[in-house]
Design a protein around this ligand. Structure first.
Ligand code: HEC
Length: 127
């Protein structure tokens, strides 16, 4: 009896602590890495460490974007980047690049791809 209660508690605790699946797929992030090299790395560096443009990982990213809405980061990128040719990529390519940036900042991937109509409620999680 006691064992059954403990087992039930363990199951409840397990489901409460279950990881929420990440908002993009590994495939998207891999595509995004290539697109980033082609379109963004010349200013933000091969490892997103920053160069002419600011770093897109580490403390600057945390200060500007972490805890905020994924759709806001997406909107910024889509409207303003690449700084020399803003708005010139197709929406799915922007989404793939976004997936790569999220992955580079430790946001986990999941089974469902991210689509250009990003839900308002989706936040960039704290570390
Ligand atoms: C010609 C250089 C250049 C290219 C190419 C470029 N950027 Fe930028 N980027 C900048 C500069 C300069 C800033 C800072 C000015 C600003 O925030 O408006 C910036 C800012 C950003 C920021 C905001 C960073 C922060 O934390 O404030 C993001 C995100 C970003 N770029 C993503 C991208 C992505 C994704 C690409 C490729 C699609 C890209 N950039 C291509 C120059 C560039």
């Amino acid at each position: 009896m006691r064992r059954a209660v403990l087992l039930a508690l363990a199951l409840v605790a397990g489901s409460a602590g279950a990881q929420v699946p990440g908002p993009y797929t590994e495939t998207q992030a891999a595509e995004g890495a290539v697109l980033f090299l082609e379109n963004c790395a010349r200013c933000h560096g091969l490892r997103l460490q920053g160069d002419f443009g600011p770093p897109l990982v580490g403390p600057p990213f945390d200060v500007h974007w972490r805890g905020g809405r994924v759709m806001e980061l997406f909107g910024f990128i889509r409207t303003n980047m690449p700084a020399d040719f803003p708005g010139t990529l197709n929406p799915w390519d922007y989404v793939a690049i976004l997936a790569f940036i999220l992955k580079s900042n430790g946001v986990p991937s999941g089974p469902e791809p991210l689509a250009p109509g990003i839900p308002r409620a989706l936040l960039i999680p704290d570390r």
